[in-house]
Design a protein around this ligand. Structure first.
Ligand SMILES: [Zn+2]
Length: 69
């Protein structure tokens, strides 16, 4: 996960709830906008959907949370 280490992790909230890592409880994340490739979009049955996603990477345990947005 070295590519994320240059940025300072931040806290985020989704729909008014603080984003918290379900594994370790950490609230600091790195974020990255990603474009889902066709294979992944098909795997998740998202051909109809916007194929952009945002991932939040826990700065402590590196667990990744995905949001389709
Ligand atoms: Zn974590």
């Amino acid at each position: 996960m070295k590519i994320f280490k240059k940025e300072e992790p931040q806290t985020y909230s989704v729909k008014g709830h603080s984003l918290r890592c379900p594994v370790c409880g950490n609230v600091y994340f790195w974020t990255k906008k990603v474009q889902l490739n066709t294979t992944m979009a098909t795997f998740f049955n998202l051909d109809w959907a916007n194929k952009n996603a945002t991932c939040f990477v826990c700065s402590d345990c590196t667990h990744i949370l995905w949001f389709l947005a």
